[in-house]
Ligand binder design. Structure first.
Ligand code: SF4
Ligand code: SF4
Length: 90
């Protein structure tokens, strides 16, 4: 997720730390987070405070930049990830 210099990932985007639900515990959010809620570890600059920290959830490590989901800009990513979330929770 964010804070990673992955090819294509927009530093300071952070959409994948807001739009999806995360079921694994996050430091400060022991039950994970619901969809559409900002992760407490996301800084004001939309970077991950836990980048490189073993406490960072494995699911965050696994999330890769994906053009289909990340779109062309942050708002598009928020919408695309939110719609995927709705589709997968039904
Ligand atoms: S939504 Fe995509 S572009 Fe935005 S931070 Fe996550 S991986 Fe990077
Ligand atoms: S722990 Fe970091 S990478 Fe994972 S959702 Fe929170 S801010 Fe994003």
């Amino acid at each position: 997720m964010t804070g990673v210099a992955k090819q294509g990932c927009r530093p300071g985007c952070g959409a994948c730390c807001i739009a999806p639900s995360i079921s694994s515990p996050i430091p400060g959010m022991p039950d994970g987070k619901p969809a559409g809620v900002r992760c407490v570890q996301l800084t004001d600059d939309n970077l991950c405070r836990l980048f490189g920290d073993p406490a960072r959830p494995a699911v965050c490590e696994r999330f890769d930049y994906d053009r289909e989901l990340c779109g062309d800009h942050r708002e598009q990513a928020l919408t695309l990830i939110a719609s995927l979330e709705t589709a997968s929770s039904t």
